[in-house]
Ligand binder design. Structure first.
Ligand code: ZN
Length: 185
């Protein structure tokens, strides 16, 4: 490794398990700084208006043209609720009311944690951002299932549609598709 340490400026970075640690990491032999690289949080929302659900059509790679929920990486300095609100605003131009966590799932192969909230429309007054081709409200029967790439997103939509009929929403926690839905009474 030939990079310079951003803390002490020495060209002494290594990769391995630092003394007393459990995982291999990049670290500096000179000053001891450890460069932690932990999973990233992706926040988003499933937004309903009178039984219809909001989907975005991706305008940037990967998978341009497929439909998904508005979601994106949390920024430093914001709460996860703020991140979900901001991503919805940036991708759809919708001012959403964030209601409750709905699906919290880990994706270990990509080191990502998704936190998807239930939300409802407050105001729609802007146009979609450059990362989005189109934003559309779908009735359950019109959802373009073949064009939704991520199984976890399909699962969220299917569960929401099921639960909407009964009016009680659980909170899913788990890893990909092997988790549990918890209902609060
Ligand atoms: Zn250093």
């Amino acid at each position: 490794m030939h990079q310079y340490c951003c803390h002490c400026g020495q060209r002494s970075l290594s990769y391995g398990i630092p003394e007393g640690d459990t995982h291999p990491r990049k670290y500096c032999n000179a000053c001891g700084l450890i460069y932690y690289d932990n999973p990233r949080v992706i926040a988003g929302a499933i937004i309903e208006q009178e039984g219809r659900l909001l989907l975005c059509q991706r305008g940037i790679p990967p998978r341009v043209g497929t439909w998904t929920l508005p979601a994106g990486f949390m920024e430093r300095g914001e709460s996860v609720e703020e991140a979900a609100y901001r991503e919805v605003w940036e991708e759809t131009g919708i001012n959403a009311e964030i209601l409750s966590p709905y699906s919290i799932f880990s994706v270990p192969p990509t080191n990502e944690l998704y936190i998807i909230y239930r939300a409802r429309l407050k105001e729609w007054k802007d146009t979609p951002g450059h990362e989005t081709l189109a934003v559309k409200w779908f009735n359950a029967e019109d959802i373009p299932w073949p064009d939704i790439f991520y199984p976890a997103i399909r699962q969220i939509l299917e569960r929401y549609i099921d639960e909407h009929a009964g009016g009680t929403y659980g909170i899913y926690t788990g890893s990909m598709e092997t988790g549990t839905v918890h209902f609060m009474r």
